[in-house]
Design a protein around this ligand. Structure first.
Ligand SMILES: *[C@@H]1O[C@H](CO)[C@@H](O)[C@H](O)[C@H]1NC(C)=O
Ligand SMILES: [Zn+2]
Ligand SMILES: [Zn+2]
Length: 419
């Protein structure tokens, strides 16, 4: 194990020399005015991508992994970053030769472990792995329809960056001189003359850790980890199913004792409510979704349902208008469901056949008819007389139309069916 590490280190040094010419900002995909947060984020992403454990036998990836660590070390330190910005790679080389503080020059695997815990390797290479972390993020239906790039923040346990996970302010961690690093010691107790018992107890000097720290890190109080919020980007793709799981590799709780597990986001749909901004105030806010289809209830008055001649403009989730309506004389029965093709949800690209670039589900519009329960006295009279006029002449007897018998049916005499 040690010799492998040494070879890696050697390769690392060689790679830094050969790749030294590549621009650090370019390497990290950053602009010159990148913030500390941008630099850290770029490092997190790229170091995972190029980690040798993920790219076995790929020397280009290995070199990149090393170069990304080097670029990070130089840019994260304000002093070396200033030198690099002014004098480039030569400036950094001179700075090192001139005995300048060599930034925080890390072994690249060491640096990786500062970010993701463990000893800088991935699970599978004999590394312990921390638990996964699951969070729910709720977004409105509008985001599932239109797609959206957004961010969310989770609080998690992170390796303390002040002491780089050592727990010590000056980085000095000593082996406990009481237990010799075992964390436990043997106590001999005399039970009776000549009769001894050996008891193993936890070392009280080091609290069972096997290590002692003189100057405890003031940030993490020697715990080696801190709790801090971390913000992640979240890309919601149009048509993603509710409850879809999105995995952020190695972004769960960190610890120097393990490599971080995955952060898993469950994408949920938030309860509908009208937003404040114009584009958030659409009818579509109140569409209900089932799979790729959308559902909407439209209310018609008695006159509209019966006589026709009406129009509605329903604003969809992206603001476009779906026109509903009937011509004069077209009746809509209560409870009718009209299916409007391709006005449902977009179908998620992962669920589309390769040759299709986009497709949509349907919009189901259910019509609800409300009858007037209050009427102007004169109007009521008018309607009544119209009904009376036609009831006698053309009135339909629904009982007869449905084939119902007239009057009560005579039941058979008791005992008739006896066998
Ligand atoms: C619906 O929108 C169309 C244009 O998109 C417009 O001509 C029409 O008057 C609108 N109807 C209603 C009822 O607002
Ligand atoms: Zn600390
Ligand atoms: Zn001890």
């Amino acid at each position: 194990m040690l010799s492998i590490l040494r070879i890696c280190l050697l390769l690392a040094v060689l790679a830094v020399v050969t790749l030294g010419a590549e621009d650090f900002y370019k390497l990290l995909g950053l602009k010159k005015d990148a913030s500390e947060r941008d630099i850290k984020k770029a490092y997190r992403t790229l170091s995972k991508k190029y980690h040798p454990d993920k790219n076995p036998g790929d020397s280009t990836a290995h070199d990149k992994f090393v170069a990304v660590a080097e670029a990070y070390d130089i840019l994260i330190d304000p002093e070396t970053r200033r030198i690099y910005d002014q004098y480039g790679h030569d400036g950094i080389a001179q700075h090192k030769q001139g005995g300048g503080r060599p930034a925080q020059h890390h072994d690249p695997f060491d640096l990786f472990s500062r970010f993701f815990g463990g000893s800088g390797h991935f699970h599978g290479s004999g590394e312990r792995r921390g638990p996964n972390m699951e969070v729910r993020v709720a977004v409105p239906l509008r985001d599932f329809y239109n797609g959206r790039k957004t961010e969310f923040t989770v609080e998690k346990q992170a390796v303390c960056s002040a002491c780089e996970g050592s727990g010590s302010e000056d980085g000095v961690v000593e082996t406990c001189n009481v237990c010799g690093g075992r964390g436990a010691r043997i106590v001999r107790q005399q039970l009776a003359p000549g009769l001894f018992q050996q008891v193993q107890t936890m070392c009280d000097k080091c609290g069972g850790k096997g290590k002692t720290i003189k100057h405890v890190c003031p940030v993490c109080k020697g715990e080696r980890v801190v709790r801090e919020p971390e913000t992640h980007e979240l890309e919601i793709e149009p048509g993603m199913p509710r409850g879809v799981r999105i995995t952020y590799e190695n972004e769960a709780d960190e610890s120097p004792d393990w490599v971080a597990g995955d952060l898993i986001v469950h994408l949920m749909e938030s309860d509908p409510k009208l937003g404040e901004q114009e584009h958030e105030r659409t009818d579509g806010t109140f569409f209900r979704r089932r799979g790729k289809d959308l559902f909407w209830r439209e209310v018609l008055s008695l006159r509209e349902a019966w006589m026709g001649d009406w129009e509605r403009n329903v604003t969809h989730l992206d603001g476009h208008i779906v026109r509903l309506g009937r011509k004069r004389g077209e009746v809509v029965q209560p409870g009718t469901v009209e299916v409007i093709e391709n006005e449902g949800m977009p179908i998620w690209r992962q669920q589309l056949p390769d040759e299709v670039s986009e497709a949509y589900g349907n919009l189901h519009v259910e019509y609800v008819v409300v009858l007037p329960d209050q009427m102007d006295k004169a109007m009521e009279k008018d309607f009544w007389s119209v009904w009376e006029k036609w009831r006698g002449k053309k009135g339909v007897k629904l009982d007869a139309a449905l084939g119902r018998p007239e009057g009560p049916i005579k039941m058979p005499e008791k005992g008739h069916d006896e066998l």
